[in-house]
Design a protein around this ligand. Structure first.
Ligand SMILES: [Cu+2]
Length: 814
């Protein structure tokens, strides 16, 4: 359970503090993440790092997983493609899909071997599978699933047409013990002393303009009919689509309007208490909306060929994983991993399951610690509970980049333009993407001659072709943005507390980038590296989480040995492009950029709503009114939970005493809602980030306009060119206010949507403070670093048809 109690609620109403905007200052900056200087280190916790490193893998030996193509099947070198979902039926009301949720396995690198043999070891995963008997792909992979169709990682992609609804029935088929560590102290997994199933699922269409009953918020979970703990149980916010028959045991139907312009979204798990685990395990898949305006660009400014999946482009879905190493390595670094036979073996997914604090509970500094122990900060957390043996952690930054389900993939490209649809689907790791020529010094050369770079690494002195960004989460940008070229590298030292400036294509978790790269002038035989140097966590960075060739041996501080040339773990070399063969095109790049600029100048105003605050309007985040709307103050905060573990929260700027006796802002997810709108209302929020982290804040239902940023001294912090247009995941920089504007329209649907009426905290018994509440149309806003979201950086957004009291249960429809 997260830090919260009913006495705080009773104080809450009386302690709302309206903070004058002119005095908007951090109530508290982030906790010190370092160890206490000058102290002698003991052999704490047996000297264990409690942190594993993946087996050493060669880079760029497996090809990128392509999208399946029924007419000319093409697979990765590992034998996979990402299927496109096939509707089971279509009529004037929309396209209907059946998608199962299953455990399965898939090989993610050709050197992930079984522990007891030299056989390949497909990694245990859970994810989505098209249940249409005629689904793609037409081959079968290793599986063990009940469907006749094999699941494939990150599939099936739903490709929807603007304004044609998609009605998806999901079936939870998860019945085996979860293969990842489940912390039962997190909200939702123990209800009034009763253990809850870890195999709950809730499916959220991220970016969708969706009625709340189909949004897939945390309490809209459902279990499998064969669940061993809670068969066919539906969460307190589970609602069927009105007018449709009950989908049946273990199922849930969602109605997606697709009343949006062309854009790249994704659907992923959102179940209370297990979101971070389910997504890390693979529960994420692409969702594209296309429209006639986008299609009019195919063959002109956008490519139109098989390699680009028509004109839709190639998905590059970037994640980070750590694979369980050999039994010897795991025993040396993280021996308690072996205590649970359900967790994976060599080649399966590893996840930290010990809250490895900078000080143990006796106060002895631990040089291998990673997060603060609230018992030993000042002022200390009062009477912390003993930390659970299986614990969630503050952040899960892993050591191996995986793109489309392949560790360190390569992609062969012809000398022509390619459109890529990039999604950062990592749990917590940000990336700062850049493109360089690959080094050409053989790996056998030692020592590395000065000024040279090994094969397999990026030569930072030789920038590749520019990255031209044309879209983000909200669809097309008003103006294409050429990522500064040569790219700007993060220098390894934050130049300010606000952001490691400068940067190139910075993508926080859940951000998307629609980009075009022109390889037409790159000679055949060239290899290029997609490079990342974002610090993790951003912006301050922990050097133990930055893996690159020649890094220092950090085993003494719980990190990895030095990374060898050409091998992992390496979080800087994401993937390799190989320019091969013919089939190229002749492109004059400046003319292409001009043509793209002209195309977006037409398409953007035709497909996107107008700006709430006219572009060019000067806005200070301290203005009391922005664009004529009251400027509401929100906050992002750090705190400690009842166990003395770091946690994050968000909410208004109202302050209350925490368990250290400090006045802090922010509330728990289940505290009474403070973000309230009426249908069609426009609101402006200024969000003050009181923490030391960059948090990607995601808004369900609405897209937002990023209006302004300022630091604490009210100096402007520029909005990035690729943040113009509409977004739903916005980076909040530490020590910075970010002002966003949004309109709370509700989707038009062919049925009457009931209100969300439930206990404020459905995981606790009803009481005088834990009341029944009418949430209207219930959505959420939260950090999309999933370890933060789950613990407990999420709040409700409630939208009402008209302005009413939240306790008025008579208004039953939205
Ligand atoms: Cu966060």
């Amino acid at each position: 359970m997260c830090f919260r109690n009913f006495t705080k609620w009773s104080r809450w109403a009386g302690l709302v503090v309206v903070v004058a905007i002119s005095t908007l200052l951090p109530c508290r900056f982030s906790q010190d993440r370092g160890v206490v200087p000058g102290m002698a280190y003991g052999q704490v916790d047996g000297g264990y790092a409690r942190w594993a490193q993946s087996p050493i893998l060669d880079k760029f030996v497996d090809s990128l997983t392509p999208v399946c193509n029924s007419s000319a099947p093409v697979f990765s070198s590992l034998g996979y493609c990402i299927p496109i979902a096939q509707p089971v039926t279509s009529d004037s009301t929309g396209k209907y899909y059946n998608i199962g949720i299953v455990d399965y396995t898939q090989q993610m690198h050709s050197q992930l071997y079984d522990q007891n043999s030299n056989d390949l070891h497909p990694t245990k995963l859970r994810g989505y599978v098209d249940q249409n008997p005629n689904a793609q792909p037409t081959y079968t992979t290793d599986g063990g699933v009940t469907s006749s169709v094999a699941p494939s990682y990150l599939g099936p992609i739903i490709v929807a047409q603007h304004d044609t609804p998609a009605i998806v029935t999901y079936e939870n088929l998860l019945t085996a013990p979860f293969f990842l560590p489940v912390d039962t102290t997190y909200m939702g997994l123990t209800v009034m002393g009763m253990a809850q199933s870890p195999n709950r699922t809730a499916v959220h269409l991220h970016g969708g303009f969706t009625p709340w009953i189909s949004d897939g918020t945390p309490f809209q979970w459902f279990t499998a009919s064969g669940d061993t703990m809670q068969p066919n149980v539906r969460g307190p916010s589970y609602v069927q689509v009105p007018g449709m028959s009950d989908p049946g045991a273990g199922k849930w139907t969602a109605y997606y309007t697709n009343d949006q312009s062309a854009r790249f979204m994704f659907y992923h798990d959102h179940a209370v208490g297990t979101t971070r685990l389910n997504v890390y395990a693979g529960m994420a898949a692409g969702y594209l909306i296309t429209d006639s305006q986008e299609q009019s660009l195919y063959g002109t400014v956008l490519p139109n060929n098989a390699a680009n999946n028509g004109g839709l482009g190639i998905p590059l879905i970037i994640q980070d994983k750590t694979f369980v190493p050999s039994s010897g390595d795991i025993t040396a670094n993280d021996p308690s991993w072996n205590d649970n036979p359900d967790w994976g073996t060599q080649g399966d997914l590893w996840l930290a399951h010990v809250y490895k604090a900078n000080q143990d509970d006796s106060g002895t500094p631990d040089p291998k610690g990673r997060w603060d122990n609230g018992k030993w900060v000042y002022p200390p957390v009062q009477d912390p509970l003993p930390k659970p043996s299986i614990s969630g952690v503050a952040e899960a930054n892993m050591d191996t980049p995986v793109v489309n389900g392949v560790a360190y993939p390569y992609l062969q490209v012809a000398p022509r333009r390619y459109r890529f649809r990039i999604l950062n689907a990592a749990n917590d790791r940000h990336v700062n993407l850049q493109l360089y020529y690959e080094g050409n010094t053989p790996i056998t050369t030692s020592p590395l001659p000065s000024g040279q770079t090994y094969v397999g690494d990026a030569d930072l002195t030789r920038p590749g072709p520019p990255i031209l960004q044309i879209g983000n989460e909200g669809g097309f940008l008003p103006v294409p943005v050429e990522m500064n070229n040569p790219p700007t590298q993060w220098g390894g030292v934050p130049t300010s507390t606000t952001m490691p400036t400068p940067y190139t294509l910075w993508m926080a978790p859940a951000e998307r980038a629609d980009i075009v790269i022109d390889f037409s002038n790159i000679p055949t035989g060239t290899r290029l590296i997609l490079y990342n140097d974002a610090p993790s966590p951003a912006p301050m960075g922990d050097p133990r989480l930055d893996y690159y060739t020649g890094d220092l041996d950090q085993t003494a501080s719980g990190g990895a040995p030095a990374t060898l040339p050409g091998k992992g773990p390496n979080t800087r070399t994401i993937m390799e492009f190989r320019v091969v063969g013919t089939g190229g095109e002749t492109i004059d790049y400046p003319t292409f950029v001009t043509d793209m600029t002209n195309a977006l100048a037409t398409i953007y105003p035709a497909t996107q709503p107008p700006a709430i605050v006219p572009p060019g309007t000067f806005v200070s985040t301290r203005d009391t009114k922005v664009g004529g709307y009251a400027n509401q103050i929100k906050s992002l905060n750090e705190d400690f939970d009842d166990y003395g573990r770091l946690k994050q929260n968000l909410g208004t700027f109202a302050q209350h005493l925490n368990n250290q006796g400090i006045n802090v802002s922010g509330f728990a997810y289940v505290d009474p809602p403070t973000e309230i709108a009426t249908k069609g209302q426009t609101q402006v929020w200024t969000i003050a980030n009181n923490t030391g982290d960059v948090h990607p804040i995601h808004f369900h239902l609405v897209n937002v306009q990023v209006v302004a940023r300022t630091d604490w001294a009210n100096n402007p912090v520029p909005v990035d060119p690729n943040e113009l247009g509409w977004k739903e995941t916005v980076r909040m920089l530490p020590g910075t206010n970010t002002t966003v504007a949004m309109k709370f329209s509700l989707p038009t649907v062919p049925f009457i949507t009931p209100s969300s009426i439930r206990l404020l905290d459905p995981t606790m018994a009803e009481s005088s403070v834990n009341r029944w509440h009418n949430f209207g149309s219930e959505y959420v806003w939260h950090c999309h670093m999933l370890e933060h979201e789950e613990h407990d950086m999420m709040r409700v957004i409630e939208v009402y048809q008209t302005s009413i009291s939240p306790e008025n249960f008579l208004l039953l429809q939205q």
